[in-house]
Every structure is written in C-alpha cells, then in structure tokens.
Design a protein around this ligand. Sequence first.
Ligand code: PFF
Length: 461
Amino acid sequence: MEPHSGERKRETWGSRVGFVMAAAGSAIGLGNIWRFPYLVGKNGGAAFVIIYLAIVILIGLPVMIAEVGLGRFTRRNPVGAFTKAAPNSGWRIVGVLGVITGCGILSYYSVVAGWAIGYTLKAATGAFATLTDPGQTGKLFGQFVGDAWTVLALHAVFMALTVTVVIGGVRRGIERWTLILMPALFLMLLLLVFRSLTLEGAEKGIAFYLQPDFSKVTATTFLAALGQAFFSLSIGMGVMITYGSYLPAREDVVISTAYVCLFDTLAALLAGLAIFPALFAVAEVEPTQGAGLAFVVLPAIFHRIPFGGLFGTVFFVLLTVAALTSAISLLEVCVAYLTDEKGWTRKGACWLVGVVSFLLGIPAALSNGASTFLSNLPVLQMGFLDLMDTIFGNLALTLGALFLCLFVGWRWGPKEALAGAIEGSAYPGLGQPWLFLIRYLCPVAIGTILLQILMNLFGQG
Ligand code: PFF
C-alpha cells in the first residue's frame, strides 16, 4: 500500500509567499467573515479581541507550527505523515480522520458557498433594491434555500470550480490562484471597510464591536475564542500537514506560519469593521451571525447606503472567494492522500473527491426547507447541515488537534519534533518554549473544549 508513497518527485511551492497565501487562503473563510465579528461584538469587544489574540499566539500558532512541521519533515499527506513518523502504530488513524473530515467539511461548505454565488447574482441584478426590512429579506432567503434545484445547481458549480483549481496542481493550480485571489480578497475587504466607516453614524457600530467590556468575559468566553481559533486557522485536520509537505526543506516554518496567523486575524478584524459600522449606521436591527447575518440582515441594508448595490455585490464576491480558497485546501487534503498512498492520478483523485463530496452535500443542500425531514431531524432537532458542521467542523477538528498535540509533543520524540518544526528557523531559541506549549498548554486547553462540546451534545441529546 505504501511503497512509492512520497518517494515520487513531490511538487513544492514556488515561493514562501505562495505557501503563505495558500495557507492564509485556507484559514480565511466563512468563519472569519460571518462568525468572528459577531463573537467579538457579543463577548466584550476589545476584551474578546485581546483574549483571542493571546489564544492565537499561545495555542493556535504552536499547533499550526506542529502541523506544518510534521508535513515538511515527512513530505506526506496526513495519513502518510503519521505512518512515516510512527511506523506500524495506530497513529495513522488520526490521518485517516483528517482525510474524512476534509471530505465532510467540503460537502456542506460547498453548499453555503453556492448560496454566496447565487446571492452575488441577486445583488448584481438588483434583487434587493426594494427590500429594506429583514422580514422581507428573510422571506427571500427562505424561498431561495428552499428551492432544491437552484441550491443543488449552485453547489455543483462551486464544487466544479474547486476541482478545476486543484486539478492544476500545487504550483500551477493552488498557488497560482491563491496569489490572485488573496490580494483581491483583501482589496475588497478594505473597500468595504472604507465604505462602512465613512457612513454617518458609523461610530455606534464601532462602539458595539470594539468597546472593551471585561464584565462580559467569563469561562465560556475563553471556550468560544478557542473554538473559533481552531476553525478559523484551519488546524486539526491536516490541511497544514499537507500544505507543509510542499515546503522546501529549508523553509522557516515559524515565520511562515506566523504570517498565516497574522493575515487570518487581520481579515477577521477587518470583516467586523466592514459589517458593524454599516449595520448600526443604517438599521436598528439586532446583529446576528452565520447565514442570518450574511444572507438576511445585510441584504436589508445594502440599498439604504449610497452605492449599496455595488457594495452588496462586492460583499458576496468576497464571501465566494473566501470560501473558494478554503475549499481548495479541503479538497487538496483528500487528493494528496489518494495520489500519495493509493497511486491515483491528480485528475482522477480530484474528480472522485469532488463527486463524493457533492453527493454527501446533497442532504445538506436540502436541509434548509427543501426537505422537511432533513431540515429538522428527529431527536437531534437540527438540520442536516448543522449536524455535519457539529460533527466535522466542531468535534472532528478539535479531536484532530488534540491528537496532533499528543503525537508531536509526546510520541514523535523531542529531537524529531524540533528538527521537523523548528530547524531552519531564524529563531531556534523558540524551540523549547514551543515544545512546552505543545506538550502541556495546548492539550489541556483543547481537551477542555472537547469536553465542553461533548457536554453540549450530551445535554442536547
Ligand atoms: N478556516 C475556514 C474558515 O474560517 O471558514 C474553514 C476551514 C477550512 C476549516 C479548512 C478547516 C479546514 F481544514
């Protein structure tokens, strides 16, 4: 099964910028745009931002360094990486879990990204022009996601787009496209921030977003920040192992991953500055998160701001681009596994995973009104899409991150771990503190969120 894995000539990134853009593209996604800003607003503004930053530096960054380091050292996909670093052990299961999680997240992420494509067209053709009330835009959204053929077609279009990019390979597909898409994403974000901040009354939104309120900080604030950091940084399922495996052996893992964390956090902060000032300047509506924020609340305000139609269109293009660069990484994890371990061609692997994820996404696509059963599953009392997000986006990622820390910190061996992750860095002195964090702080923190997730699930059940 394993013979030629990794022995074949492996593609590498063309440059450090190429890696950083691709990894930042994976990290910056729907999580940054529709979840982070809301969490900040609800959990104490700047107080939450400070906690989030500390968590990214003390937990997110070390875990990302560990993942990228394992990939760079073994030059394999997640399954191959664990197999090579610990031959004949059960650890390869953690890699298998990562590959399955990639396919699982991709399936429903593509459904939501399909909505973003649909809403780009709606915004561009003035579909929100007469709608000024979230009640009206909510009805429109309900009709839209309840129309089975439309959502399935858009899901297929988005998946095909993702497959097309990944078929091109590491350098000529992923790297080339992310080098175009990521600067475009930041440009669009800055444009929206500028529009939002120059509206009359914008300061009310800034106050909601950033005014520090330490009284809102409780133990659950830390858990919310931790959970958000993992999903947002794309750690816990092997994206970073896979992207790290295409790094040249001499690359500075610490510096490159620090850039990825920086860009991801910057994008999340900017998203809040684009959304809340506009929302508060125009409407007296309660801010919310997730699909409700992007597809219901925001469309109700676009046409109340000058050039709102244009900015609305830009917003949905931004959402689509952010989702695309994340979906690319999810697909690449599964493709790397099939090409490394099973000898598939890249093209065949891309189509296989694309089709399987598309099929797996069908029930998620139908779970927002098109099918009454899937929209509210018995006993669980949630829709199929939410169920997939809970299992893969929440539980599996956290579990994966915990196992990764335990593996790198305790099983791999300190010498190998340091060689894998820190060697070649301009800051070799960071090796020991990093090892300490990976061995102690990270597993304890991640184990705590895992317990919390399980207790929530159990409580619901
Ligand atoms: N980081 C992406 C976001 O914030 O939307 C989601 C994601 C992509 C999670 C890739 C995990 C992953 F492996």
